[in-house]
Design a binder for this molecule. Structure first.
Ligand code: SAM
Length: 245
């Protein structure tokens, strides 16, 4: 699919790189620090919000892009020795020449950073690519609007689309309803966006939505939780009996 978003590489305030869209004020990550934003919004406020991490943990990411969120998650899986199955959607994969300019593995000391980054961007839709015993990733080259989801699959959703001013079609109640049904009860969706319309659409879908402290340079972000079923207890579903890759 031809990428309608042409972009250029920029360095952000914490030394990590991101891509800036040409002609509009929109980036893949915050200019105040791509790494710190990704770490705060998706890892600290998403993955670390589970009192007990489900094992295996099923994650959906909307917009794989540079792979920074996936890279930080794969690192976490390897460091914690916890199994994570990561499914990303990306209709406009970045070219190899662009990926080679991104400096994410170099921001960390682990000798396996390049291998993890390579595994993420080699992933296709057919089967999971694995990084060691802990991180398994697939990437679907389709638009979110065209993706058919399995019901009740994901514990955690990283909703990392371009903002609603750039891509309003990504932030609709219809889209959130499809994502909601793809999540397990007690599942968590995190996004950097706190726009009123978006939060209202999430609430109308059935999520319990809260504004929580945002990353550096942004006061707030949103966390949406799919309510548990009657008499179900938080974090009860830890081991998926049907785990099969
Ligand atoms: C804010 S950037 C994502 C940043 C990414 N998570 C990262 O860490 O680099 C938004 C991403 O959504 C992707 N995207 C654009 N249209 C999409 C669509 N219809 N469905 C799914 N993803 C889309 C873009 O190509 C881009 O990679």
């Amino acid at each position: 699919m031809e990428n309608p978003f042409s972009s250029e590489l920029i360095e952000t305030s914490d030394g990590s790189y991101t891509l800036k869209l040409k002609g509009i004020d929109e980036q893949y990550h915050s200019v105040k620090g791509a790494l710190q934003e990704s770490q705060h919004v998706f890892l600290e406020s998403g993955l670390n919000a589970f009192e007990v991490l489900p094992n295996p943990l099923f994650i959906l990411e909307v917009g794989l892009g540079t792979g920074l969120n996936a890279f930080l998650t794969g690192r976490e899986a390897q460091i914690r020795k916890t199994r994570i199955l990561y499914e990303a959607i990306e209709p406009y994969p970045l070219e190899e020449t662009v990926l080679q300019l991104l400096n994410y593995p170099q921001l960390f000391k682990e000798p396996w950073g390049d291998e993890l980054f390579g595994t993420i961007h080699a992933a296709g839709a057919e089967k999971y690519e694995n990084f060691k015993d802990w991180f398994f990733i697939r990437c679907f080259p389709v638009k979110l609007q065209d993706k058919v989801f399995e019901a009740g699959k994901y514990h955690l959703v990283f909703f990392d689309a371009f903002g609603p001013d750039t891509q309003p079609e990504m932030w609709t109640r219809e889209v959130f309803e499809r994502i909601y049904s793809s999540m397990k009860p007690g599942g968590i969706l995190v996004t950097y966006c706190v726009k009123g319309d978006v939060r209202r659409a999430l609430k109308a879908t059935g999520f319990e939505v809260s504004k929580i402290p945002g990353p550096k340079g942004k006061r707030e972000m949103s966390r949406a939780v799919k309510p548990l079923l009657n008499n179900q207890m938080a974090n009860k579903i830890q081991v998926d009996e049907n785990f099969n890759i």
